[in-house]
Each structure stands twice: as C-alpha cells, then as structure tokens.
Design a protein around this ligand. Sequence first.
Ligand SMILES: Cc1cc2nc3c(=O)[nH]c(=O)nc-3n(C[C@H](O)[C@H](O)[C@H](O)COP(=O)(O)O)c2cc1C
Length: 209
Amino acid sequence: MSGVRVVMPSEMSLLDGINSLRSVRKFKPDPIPEDQVRIILDSASKAASGSNTQPWEFVIVRDARVKARLKEPMLRTWLARLAGSTGMSPRMRDVYDEATEMLRNTEKVPVIIYCCVDLNRVGKSEEVRYASIYPAVQNLMLAAHAIGLATCLTVHGSTLTRGEPEVKKILGIPEHVKIACLIYLGHPSIRLGLPRRKPVENFVHNNRW
Ligand SMILES: Cc1cc2nc3c(=O)[nH]c(=O)nc-3n(C[C@H](O)[C@H](O)[C@H](O)COP(=O)(O)O)c2cc1C
C-alpha cells in the first residue's frame, strides 16, 4: 500500500466501522500526525470513480490563520441560511446548534480537508462528477474512524451560496476544480453512540416499489 503501514485497531472490522461511524463535531486540539493523514488519503484514493478517472483533489488545511479566513465566508453564508429556515424540530435544532458551534470553532479543529473534483478529469455528466468523489470521501471517513480519529462531513464552501468563490480564492483552487464537500478531522473529544437510522424494511422495495 504505497509504503504506508496501517495500524488498525484489531477489534474494528470493516462492518464494525461502517456501522459505528458518526459525525463528530467536538475535537481535542491534539495535532494529527502526517502519517495518519497519509493513511486516510491513501484509503480515499482506493475508491471507485467513473472510468477510473480518479478526479479527486484534496486540500489539507492545518494552519489556524488560514482556517480562520476560510471560516468567515462559510459562517456568514451558514448563518444567513439558518436565518431563513423555519419550522425546525427540536432534534434538528440541536443538530444545527452543534453544527454552528463546530463551524465557529473551525480554526481550532486540527485538520480540515476540502474534497474537490477536477472537472477536466471527469465525465461531463453531473451524476458522474459527484458519484466519482463521494465514494472516496466515505473511504476517507471510514479510514479515519478505523485509526481512532473522528470526522464530520459538511458542504460549507461547496456552492456559490455557501461561499465557494471566496474559499477557492483563499486556497488558490483553480477555476476548473469544484469543491464537493469539507471534512473536519481530529481526535474526538466526545464519545457518541451508534448511528440512529430507519430500519431497512422502511426503505427497501423488492422486485418493484
Ligand atoms: C451532505 C451532508 C451535509 C452535511 N452537512 C453538515 C453540516 O453542514 N454541518 C454538520 O455539522 N454536519 C453535517 N452533516 C452531518 C450530518 O448532520 C449527520 O451525518 C447526520 O446528522 C447523522 O448523524 P451521524 O452521522 O452522527 O449519525 C452533513 C452530512 C452530509 C452527508
């Protein structure tokens, strides 16, 4: 595996990892060693992509000053979006409050990773573009989880109305590269239970809808 040795907690099988992955929004300040980031990115790069084009580009941000600059457009557009949302359930409100707090703490999160697609290296159809980056992002999150790190996927900075032009400018991301999503990465400072999801019977259709 490109010279990278993976030290996996032996008790975490792939299925254990998939079934226990959560979105963690509170992180310890401890830095993430370079070799761990390498393991995570190496795992991301093993994902499938349309015609094996591997159109992903990852921008790893560790510098707190850069993170603080990135936070400005992302937080501003998020708060504007929140101000326009009504009729939220209490549970949803809690998730949004935690999401806002994480965003406010962006510069304190050890590593943030912008997951991008090079539009020149992927098919023209939109479905292939995004379907060619999200498997890599999921691999990235599972690999982080497998080595004891925590992640939270967000779409901050990924569209015009979420501050993408400013984020791309700060990071020097070229015109033909699109931000797909953002991963917050660090050591978890809280322990979360298993994911709460609907039972399979609620969404599976056999032979026809
Ligand atoms: C497309 C997408 C966008 C998301 N955006 C945010 C976000 O902006 N802020 C955040 O804190 N979490 C975000 N999340 C994480 C979800 O809120 C989380 O997966 C969901 O609440 C279920 O929680 P769990 O992953 O801990 O089980 C996002 C997840 C996805 C897949």
